[in-house]
Ligand binder design. Structure first.
Ligand code: NAI
Length: 463
């Protein structure tokens, strides 16, 4: 292991603070490479993603899809009626999924002989973490304490009527109405779930579009679908205040508009968990609470690395996994190649889903590319018609060059993005992708069709 600090014989090779996606991925890979590992965790191994984020929300979204399909069953000639949403049943399904995965993860951690120390850890020196009265020493320390929901200055989350995403996951009822501040992934996913469960939903977003970091045409398709689903949207709106009322809240926007709702979900981003746990005292460099790292996840202190939502890279569980594997391999001396963040797929699992990889048209133009693009409408795709989903696949390529970005909207397009990831990461030319025969009838044909059109030989579309 590459380390320069003097360490006592009791020191483990790698001491990890935080056992979420980034921390546990580093632990699993490091242990596999023969590195001795201790992880300190105050809650549960698996962190936000497994217990309060990705996994439970996707279970809710799947239950929501079943509700929608039941409601729409007559479109397929099936007679079924939706008698109601039993939140206790939905939560029990969601909790079972989480608990099965949690058991599996605990088994993996145990089988790789990784010690997990339960409790609140505090960094006390460049090589030590204090947990209760125990001091643990590591030749190398990895900070992986993740993130937590943020709010706005002066907007207090009371966890009753004004709630965050963790509260939203614990609800034991379907609210009659919800106002949601922020149309990023969290805002859109909960809007989708609650609308499918029958709530009146209004999203408030400061920027002009929902999922504002996505390709603009993707945002517009989601807005069209949300409008059709009866989800209200206040776009380009500035939040002013929220007041509790007898039946819920009144949300006021700049310009005088008000929205009455039973609940108000604040989904304006997540902030790093870095205060009050010794980072400042030990001298770890930070900016706006995020730990500052170089491209190899090293902090300013030679024995300390950091990753995941704690550093200012994409706040996605799979980025945490990638960074964890990278750090473990670096510490084991494997010299891994640097991570390519443009190559990371992003998925918002609302109905419809939004998935993308590579760069947007705006980013491509900012980077000086002359671009060409093609949008294949799912209306022409057999499987999408069978599933009755609307949406599109848009491919952006450099003129006479490789594919730079793929942007999709539609039910389950998250499952299609891995092919696009290979296309962009291998810098394939549209004509090379057009040579690949896609299975028929699948939604993946839409990926093939967009490339066929870009290569000048459209099949089921006009050029
Ligand atoms: P976000 O940063 O993705 O979206 C927050 C939204 O709130 C932005 O669109 C922003 O313009 C808006 N906003 C901020 N201040 C506002 C104001 N005063 N008034 C109105 N709108 C305002 O954050 P989000 O959705 O809370 O998610 C947190 C993190 O977790 C993100 O990095 C997200 O990507 C990640 N996440 C990823 C998921 C996925 O990959 N499917 C699912 C859930 C979360």
């Amino acid at each position: 292991m590459a380390s320069t600090s003097p360490a006592s014989p009791d020191a483990v090779d790698l001491l990890i603070l935080g056992a979420g996606s980034g921390g546990y991925a580093a632990a699993l890979r490091a242990a596999e490479l023969g590195v001795s590992v201790v992880m300190v965790e105050r809650d549960k191994v698996g962190g936000t993603c497994l217990h309060y984020g990705c996994i439970p929300t996707k279970a809710l979204l799947h239950a929501a899809e079943i509700a929608d399909q039941t409601r729409e069953s007559e479109n397929f000639g099936i007679k079924a009626t939706l008698d109601g949403i039993d939140m206790a049943g939905v939560n029990s399904y969601k909790d079972k999924v989480v608990s099965r995965l949690y058991k599996g993860l605990q088994g993996l951690v145990k089988s790789r002989q990784i010690e997990v120390v339960a409790g609140d850890g505090r960094l006390t020196s460049p090589t030590t973490v204090q947990v209760g009265d125990r001091t643990i020493e590591g030749r190398h320390v990895l900070l992986a304490t993740g993130s937590q929901p943020m709010s706005l200055p002066g907007l207090e989350i009371d966890h009753d009527r004004v709630i965050d995403s963790s509260d939203a996951l614990r609800l034991d009822r379907v609210p009659a109405s919800v106002a949601i501040l922020g149309a990023g992934a969290i805002g859109c996913e909960f809007a989708s779930v609650w609308r499918s469960f029958g709530a009146e939903v209004t999203i408030i977003e400061a920027l002009p579009h929902v999922v504002p970091l996505e390709e603009e045409s993707s945002s517009k398709l989601v807005e069209r679908a949300f409008r059709k689903r009866g989800i209200g949207m206040e776009l380009g709106a500035r939040f002013e205040s929220v007041k509790s009322t007898d039946s819920g809240v009144t949300v006021s926007l700049e310009g005088g508009k008000t929205i009455e709702a039973e609940l108000f979900l604040v989904a304006v981003g997540r902030g790093p968990v870095s205060a009050g746990i010794g980072y400042d005292e030990v001298g770890v460099a930070m900016e706006r609470g995020f730990v500052t790292v170089d491209a190899e996840m090293r902090t300013n202190i030679p024995t300390i690395s950091a990753l995941g939502d704690l550093i200012p890279t994409l706040q996605l569980a799979h980025v945490g996994f990638g960074e964890g594997i990278f750090v473990a391999e670096r510490l084991a001396g494997l010299n891994p190649p640097p991570l390519d963040y443009d190559g990371v797929p992003r998925v918002t699992y609302s109905e419809p889903e939004v998935a993308s990889v590579g760069i947007t048209s705006a980013q491509a133009r900012d980077r000086g590319y002359d671009i060409v693009d093609n949008t294949y409408d799912l209306a022409g795709n057999g499987k999408s018609q069978i599933l009755q989903t609307a949406g599109a696949v848009k491919v952006i390529a450099a003129k006479d060059g490789p594919v730079l970005g793929v942007h999709m909207v539609g039910s389950r397009v998250g499952e299609l993005i891995a092919e696009a990831q290979l296309i962009t990461n291998w810098e394939a030319l549209p004509a090379e992708v057009a040579q690949l025969i896609h299975p028929h009838p699948t939604m993946s044909e839409a990926v093939g069709e967009a490339h066929l059109a870009l290569a000048g030989k459209p099949l089921h579309s006009h050029s």
